[in-house]
Design a protein around this ligand. Structure first.
Ligand SMILES: Cc1cc2nc3c(=O)[nH]c(=O)nc-3n(C[C@H](O)[C@H](O)[C@H](O)COP(=O)(O)OP(=O)(O)OC[C@H]3O[C@@H](n4cnc5c(N)ncnc54)[C@H](O)[C@@H]3O)c2cc1C
Length: 472
């Protein structure tokens, strides 16, 4: 593929939104969304001569899950899961080079801790953004259509700072818009639930801490981080704290090294080849890997509770087996005299079947995230393969278009390649593959094999297939 540089021209014309900003250059690809996955792609692309690409994000600036940038909380992945190292350890956008440029590499060396604080990872990503000249913030994408005459995609939206509509043309697209907060069905309308979701935690924290009682729902990593953050302040503010999970116990994420091999390219390829019911069964079985909280955090919580036994900590309750079934607003009409204002929460015990109601002043829904196909893709639905539920049918190379080489999707849930889709450690692998598809060149060499184990015996194993006797 010959990558031809094209002069960029912006045309300004008046419209109802003010001026229009039309860019009639044809890019090799436009990337929508600048989270860690597309930011990694931007870093890796920057070294490719004559590759014309632009990265668009609706936010004013880069901030990684800002509602969860809790002080002291770390990534679950080692620092080598940075934006570039797993594709190219010599890349100037590596975390080690960031520390070198900051003059603090020696401190990192002495610190001997592979797990960066989330706030530090955010600073590193912002540093990377500041060194790239093709990232455009304040660009809200609203529509993507295909122009058959020019054989290009037209990406349009609003430049929110100046209230101008914009348009970019590209041969290919890489969509990395992340996930949406998952809200339990009983929190309807969903917008009300989203306000209480863990993704808004730091914004809501001052208001939460004014309540007499706070309930954290969800026993995963975010739930544990929020519970612990609130627990440490509970004596100071005097609020009671309940931590509730539907799971039968508060459990740690599985991190045995051989288990972590399911977070690698070999496994992603194997998983991609399975049929849908088998995939669904496996995803359910793998909850011990992606649900739960990390062991050190659970230990810290336990130790804190033990050390607080003789202090004046307000009531703290941990409740496993509690499935949230209903929620009612606790307004002045149905509020009991000593009640905290806020909500009545109703739960069913998953093992005894008993139902319970409790009132609480503040709720944090640590109920995870889910992928939704963004509405701006509707204009190209006729070029995309989707299943009966409207979800993408992603090919092994992460494309979703009918030709399998034009529209690539980052992090679209577990259905295509399993847990690797969300994992920062596999971002470089996917981005190297996407770059290979886009440019037709092996720019970053890609390992043929990652894992010690074989997820399906290959020809070289000497294990000869005899046909399928057991249903998958
Ligand atoms: C709190 C938290 C901690 C996590 N920690 C880890 C970890 O330690 N290790 C790990 O492997 N994984 C972790 N994950 C999982 C995953 O790696 C992250 O969610 C990661 O941020 C996903 O990156 P992304 O690029 O897909 O999306 P996001 O980071 O969500 O970024 C998506 C971007 O798209 C933009 N966007 C969306 N719609 C539009 C639009 N219409 N127009 C323009 N821009 C748009 C958004 O503004 C946003 O900036 C964590 C997830 C969460 C929620």
């Amino acid at each position: 593929m010959i990558l031809i540089p094209i002069c960029i021209r912006f045309l300004f014309t008046p419209s109802s939104k003010g001026q229009r900003m039309y860019n009639d250059a044809i890019y090799d690809f436009v990337a929508v969304g600048v989270g860690p996955f597309n930011l990694g792609l931007a870093c890796l692309s920057s070294a490719v001569t004559d590759l014309r690409c632009v990265f668009l994000d609706r936010e004013e600036e880069f901030n990684w899950h800002p509602g969860m940038l809790i002080e002291g909380v770390t990534l679950q992945s080692p620092f080598l899961a940075d934006l570039v190292s797993m594709a190219d350890p010599t890349n100037p956008f590596s975390y080690l080079n960031y520390r070198k440029q900051q003059g603090s590499l020696f401190n990192f060396f002495v610190r001997e801790n592979f797990y960066l604080e989330r706030q530090e990872y955010n600073r590193y990503c912002r540093w990377a953004v500041s060194r790239l000249d093709n990232i455009r913030f304040n660009h809200q994408i609203e529509q993507v259509v295909y122009d058959p005459d020019q054989r290009v995609y037209r990406v349009t939206g609003t430049e929110t700072k100046q209230n101008k509509s914009f348009s970019f043309l590209a041969k290919k697209l890489v969509v990395g818009v992340g996930m949406k907060p998952r809200v339990p069905d009983c929190f309807r309308p969903a917008s009300r639930g989203i306000e209480l979701h863990s993704s808004r935690y730091l914004k809501n924290k001052p208001e939460l801490q004014k309540q007499k009682k706070i309930t954290v729902i969800g026993g995963g990593q975010s739930g544990a981080e929020i519970f612990y953050d609130l627990l440490k302040d509970s004596e100071k503010f005097g609020y009671q704290l309940d931590w509730v999970t539907r799971a039968p116990r508060f459990f740690q994420m599985e991190t045995a090294k051989l288990t972590l091999e399911i977070l690698c390219g070999d496994y992603g390829t194997y998983f991609h080849g399975l049929d849908k019911p088998t995939k669904q069964k496996i995803i359910e079985e793998q909850k011990s890997v992606y649900c739960g909280a990390n062991q050190s955090l659970l230990d810290e919580i336990y130790d804190f509770l033990d050390a607080s036994r003789h202090s004046n900590l307000p009531q703290v309750q941990l409740m496993p087996c509690m499935n949230l079934i209903n929620v009612k607003q606790n307004n002045s009409d149905n509020k009991s005299a000593d009640s905290t204002n806020g909500y009545f929460l109703q739960f069913a015990h998953t093992q005894t079947g008993e139902r319970y109601q409790t009132d609480t002043g503040g709720v944090v829904l640590s109920s995870g995230h889910l992928y939704e196909v963004p509405s701006f893709m509707e204009g190209v639905f006729d070029r995309i393969e989707r299943d009966e539920q409207g979800k993408y049918l992603q090919k092994e190379n992460w494309s979703v278009d009918i030709h399998g080489r034009e529209i690539f999707i980052q992090n679209a849930g577990f259905e295509s390649h399993g847990l690797i889709n969300q994992d920062l450690g596999m971002s470089c692998y996917r981005n190297s593959r996407i770059l290979r598809e886009i440019t037709g060149q092996d720019i970053y060499s890609i390992e043929n094999r990652f894992a010690f184990q074989s997820f399906e015996p290959g020809k070289e194993s000497g294990w000869n297939p005899m046909g399928s006797g057991v249903p998958r």
